[in-house]
Write a protein of this length. Structure first.
Ligand SMILES: CC(=O)N[C@H]1[C@@H](OP(=O)(O)OP(=O)(O)OC[C@H]2O[C@@H](n3ccc(=O)[nH]c3=O)[C@H](O)[C@@H]2O)O[C@H](CO)[C@@H](O)[C@@H]1O
Ligand SMILES: C=C(OP(=O)(O)O)C(=O)O
Length: 429
């Protein structure tokens, strides 16, 4: 398997274009199941996750064509008919969002059999809220041998759905299912993440009637059919935040472009508090740090617009060399500190107790062999490697490849010494 090697010490100077958001693109791809006309998605990232989902959708009857269009990377998805309602374990276990094909399949063809999902192992991650939402919409749900069987032979019916707590995936899933339901659906306590707004815009371009995404109440008036559309995927706020942290860690001056600054305000505030220079621009931001050591600051993850859990590992890496002690509280997932022991291999001083990590900044990290445990944990190790003395090699980077497009190229263009060591194809132990 491939590894990434980083030689620490280089400052970053230059510009990094931000790709389309993985976490939006994969839900938008699932929306292609809702119509017999082509859906054209532009600003599409090319990632392992989009490839996995492409494979699954192809199996269900969607033709998936990737190309370089007039607006850059695009994917055209076309499902004239659903040829199978079966999403097997092998194709769903690799990525959690594959599970979101269930709702559209039931909405369009009245039945589906979909494996329970996989994804990053950052907590138990049940799908009870997804299933409750589909049941509220009138689907009959059965669970057998790791599969969800869903049936609604006479179609889904609009309903009131009240989530007991905020779930991004369940809110998206309910929206994807309700657009073709008969009648009106109101989702209460909906997630407010920007990817929900992106999904609403795409569904509405396809002829759906969705309003309120980005607020806790989303209203969907069902329509009998949806049509084809063209939609640009929102910029990846997590990728943007990751490179912002990388620049603050390594020092120098990095301009992030093709992005939207308002999407990572919680992170940018914390970077300023720590002492980094942050300047918002029309299509992103500039991050600067020249020499001064950063100060330790505390963070607590929260649903949007709070500090994103998907940026917690990166921020922990940043705090490993800050001046003082930082307290990092993770409130979304119960097992999302697996990067801590790996960062400690590099010399970080971290103690974890329950949902809180205490990071005492050290003057210098040292390069070592470390292992990626999940997507954002992987990139936190790369960020730490940027300042560690000597060489850091990160193994199991298939996690990283799920969500970061051309990472070595993007960091390398700013002067980082990052290279991919291509493996022999053997799985790692
Ligand atoms: C592909 C994708 O978009 N992934 C993102 C999505 O994940 P995902 O959609 O899985 O995250 P959720 O918002 O659903 O999860 C929030 C919490 O709710 C729990 N839960 C969720 C659903 C359910 O049916 N039952 C339940 O108990 C989860 O275990 C977790 O503790 O939002 C997370 C929170 O911003 C991000 O970290 C992920 O990167
Ligand atoms: C946790 C993530 O992805 P997934 O929900 O697909 O596991 C992520 O994008 O950080």
């Amino acid at each position: 398997m491939d590894r990434i090697a980083i030689t620490g010490g280089a400052r970053l100077n230059g510009s990094i274009p931000i790709s389309g958001a993985k976490n939006s693109a994969i839900k938008l791809m699932a929306a292609s199941l809702l119509t017999d006309e082509p859906l054209r998605l532009t600003n599409m990232p090319r990632l392992a996750d989009t490839r996995f989902l492409g494979k699954l959708l192809t199996r269900l009857g969607v033709s998936v064509t990737e190309s370089d269009g007039p607006d850059g990377q695009q994917t055209i998805l076309h499902a004239p008919e659903i040829t199978s309602g079966f999403a097997p374990y092998d194709l769903v276990r690799q990525m959690r969002a594959s599970f979101n094909v269930l709702g559209p399949l039931v909405a369009r063809s009245g039945q589906a059999k979909v494996s329970l999902p996989g994804g990053c192992t950052i907590g138990a991650r049940p799908v009870d809220l997804h299933l409750q939402a589909l049941e509220a919409l009138g689907a009959k749900i059965d669970l057998h041998e790791g599969y969800v069987y869903a049936q609604a032979p006479r179609g889904l019916k609009g309903a009131e759905i009240t989530f007991p707590f905020v779930s991004v995936g369940a809110t998206e899933h309910a929206m994807l299912a309700a657009v073709l339901a008969d009648g009106t659906t109101v989702i209460h306590n909906a997630a407010c993440e920007p990817e929900l707004v992106d999904l609403q815009e795409c569904l509405n371009a396809m002829g759906a009637k969705v309003q309120g995404a980005g607020t806790p109440t989303v209203t969907i008036t069902g329509v009998p059919r949806l049509k084809g559309a063209s939609h640009a995927v929102i910029p990846d706020r997590i990728e943007m935040g990751t490179y912002a942290v990388a620049a603050a860690m390594a020092g120098g001056e990095v301009r992030l472009t093709n992005a939207r600054p308002g999407l990572i305000d919680a992170l940018l505030e914390k970077l300023k508090e720590a002492g980094a220079g942050v300047e918002e621009t029309a299509d992103g931001c500039i991050i600067r740090r020249n020499g001064e050591r950063l100060n330790a600051v505390d963070i607590e993850t929260a649903p949007f617009p709070g500090f994103a859990t998907d940026l917690q590992a990166q921020f922990m890496a940043l705090m490993t060399t800050a001046n003082g002690e930082s307290r990092i509280r993770e409130t979304i997932f119960e097992n999302r500190f697996m990067h801590a022991p790996e960062l400690m291999r590099l010399g970080a001083d971290i103690s974890v107790s329950g949902g809180e990590a205490r990071v005492r900044g050290v003057a210098q990290l040292e390069g070592a062999e470390v292992m990626a445990t999940d997507l954002r944990a992987s990139v936190s190790l790369v960020i730490a490697g940027l300042v560690a003395r000597g060489e850091t090699t990160v193994s199991r980077i298939y996690h990283l490849d799920r969500g970061f497009e051309r990472l070595e190229e993007k960091l390398g263009a700013c002067g980082a010494q990052v290279r991919r060591i291509v493996g022999d194809g053997e799985p790692e132990l």
